[in-house]
Design a protein around this ligand. Sequence first.
Ligand code: NAD
Length: 439
Amino acid sequence: MADLFSTLMTSPLAKKAGVPQPTRLRRYTPGDLLVEGPVLVAGGGRFEKSLVGRLELAGVSVVTSLDEVDGRLGGLVLDLSAALDPGELGQLHNLGVPAVKRLDKNSRVVVVGTDPSTLTDVAEVATQRALEGFVRSLGKELRFGATANHVLAQGQADDGVASAVVFFLSGRSAYVDGQTVRVNEASTQPVDAGTPLAGKVAVVTGAARGIGAEIAAVLARDGATVVAVDVPAAGEALAQVANEVRGTALQLDVTSEGAGRRVLEHAVARHGSIDIVVHNAGILRDKLFVNMSEDKWAAVLDVNLRSIVRMNEALLGEGALGEGGRIVCLSSIAGIAGNRGQTNYATSKAGLIGLVDALSAQVQDRGITVNAVAPGFIETAMTRSVPFATREMGRRMNSLQQGGLPRDVAETIAWLAQPGAAAVTGQVVRVCGQSLLGA
Ligand code: NAD
């Protein structure tokens, strides 16, 4: 996957010459401890007690005071959901400074707060909003693969907070940094932590290679039966992916007439239902706007946005995706920050954020969640086609000082697809190592 330049930059010679080396990130493999080392849970918020219980159940060594720890911390969870006055932000400093000094390599900081949009008092809103600035800055200061993320609770969202905190502490979130995720009060039943997607049927578009192939692999690893979809021209690679994940392949151009219906018919005929849809198929046709042909413009909008609107209409209209359904779209940080030469691509990816916003609200009462992940620089065939200087900048300009792997995107999608993530909807989770673009 690495190109010549990155191989040189990480060679023993480069290391000897003092070229800064990115930390090898802690990534999830089944059977791993959720987090290595003790996790300090503090802050006096309304989720603290339930979090301690749930983390202990998940096998985490939880401490509630730094005095209980001799060595390094694997994680720090600051529950400041009850902080309602700017004076209480002193806790960030009092609790945070000594704990952050004790953080281990690849450790995690998670700050839990109350969603400011659920508050009206000015001091309360200001206090809670302040936490976001803290998390984003701390993420930029942490080193050696450590990350900082933020969970915003809407009401007494115990299940949602637990699901998000567990994700952020785990190796699944290796390349997710500086993010804020909102969780609502939806409640969930416990599922097997090793195979949280057991019994689910997942459709993944663009699954023949790159991020899509990895999404298929990770969803299958977590117990899902996968329908791998890609264009007929990618049929051979698609069949290989489908075989590897013991799923089925569907050769289909997602822009074709009736694509949604064909997905539905295939999934129901072969596997009985559809529970998870991952809209991953996407294309680039970069050109400066003034030089862009109508074809390039239309192709990108068609694959990356229009086909997804239509496929969702088909799947939701037929009621094929029901209670517990999950839709995840692949947006991009280009859709948030914009990118030179990518007006068509950024238009399509920003459109997806709008889609997620609107559709999540429409289907919430049906128990279906709709979210997006917005990858930053991920090492794939798509990014290998990016010019050298832009590519190297993309790789380095983030808090983790490296590109992400397709697996990092797949792990975030797999979390959003879990039954336990029922409280997460309408969210855009950036998987970008806290890229400086659009931060
Ligand atoms: P890729 O080009 O490696 O793979 C995309 C897959 O989609 C291919 O297998 C392709 O055949 C398939 N596809 C394209 N058009 C299709 C169509 N009409 N019908 C069915 N399948 C079609 O891309 P990737 O890097 O793996 O990216 C996957 C997704 O992630 C895309 O939506 C992309 O925009 C998004 N993304 C990628 C990055 C990155 O750094 N690689 C960053 C941000 C967002």
